[in-house]
Design a protein around this ligand. Structure first.
Ligand code: ATP
Length: 237
């Protein structure tokens, strides 16, 4: 049996009076791709932000590598190996590709390691190598997504939280992004993937959880959820 790397236990998160996460519980095993699917406003982004400590849960537990981490701070969690690649990429438009990547390595001190990680990112995304001196804001949507994932990889993550990586991309670029996610898993990085593209995400995922208005209503292996009537009707069109 593989080891649990991340576990949420009855997590509740509010925005003022809005109860956005209601007793959310799930677990992610080391080396897996786990996907969260659900309609707009279901709480997927809120879940990722709560894990990476951008939002503070009102109660419940978040356990990462055997340690309770709610109450921690985002930069400390980055150092511990949690990389959050946010919705909408959020790259630094006025910095070059290379400078954007270096920002992702803020938690590292060894220059040698930073260089090694940069080489790895450039090997994974040759497009970024070609554009290393170009300003982030001048990249295409797909290239910006590669940059956002590359920046996340710069911190040597054990787990990556990917929020809608395929959003707004052309079909070929979507395939590239999914291929990269698969490759990252093969290299031992655990992935928690939020996706509108539920069909593609479930095909790739070891496990999936369906969120509806802040609650987990269904879970199963990717293959089970792909066959589930409710999932097919609501999320696979
Ligand atoms: P989407 O796919 O549209 O991004 P989501 O599943 O990621 O949806 P969340 O963004 O997590 O959903 O939102 C969950 C709920 O919390 C929604 O009802 C949303 O309106 C609310 N919400 C999100 N951010 C805020 C905020 N900053 N202030 C108040 N309410 C918010």
């Amino acid at each position: 049996m593989s080891k649990t790397i991340l576990q949420l236990d009855n997590v509740n998160t509010y925005y003022g009076k809005i109860h956005a996460l209601k007793d959310v519980s799930f677990e992610v095993n080391e080396g897996e791709i786990v996907t969260l699917i659900g309609s707009n406003g279901a709480g997927k982004t809120t879940t990722l932000k709560t894990i990476s400590a951008l939002l503070k849960p009102a109660n419940g537990n978040i356990v990462y590598m055997g340690k309770k981490v709610n109450g921690s701070a985002p930069h400390l969690l980055t150092r511990e190996g949690i990389a959050h690649v946010p919705e909408g990429r959020k790259i630094f438009p006025r910095l070059t590709v290379e400078e954007n990547l270096e920002m992702g390595a803020f938690s590292l001190t060894s220059q040698e390691r930073i260089k090694r990680n940069k080489d790895y990112v450039f090997e994974l995304f040759p497009r970024l190598l070609e554009r290393r001196k170009q300003k982030g804001g001048t990249l295409s949507g797909g290239e910006q997504q590669m940059l956002a994932m590359g920046r996340g990889l710069m911190s040597d993550p054990k787990i990556m939280l990917l929020d809608e990586p395929s959003m707004g991309l052309a079909p070929m670029m979507i395939q590239t992004v999914f291929d990269i996610i698969k490759k990252l898993r093969n290299e031992g990085i655990t992935i928690l993937l939020v996706e509108q593209n539920a069909g593609k995400a479930l095909k790739l995922a070891n496990k999936g959880y369906v969120l509806q208005t802040g609650s987990v209503i269904l879970s199963g292996t990717g293959a089970e959820l792909l066959k589930n009537d409710m999932v097919r009707e609501a999320y696979l069109g």
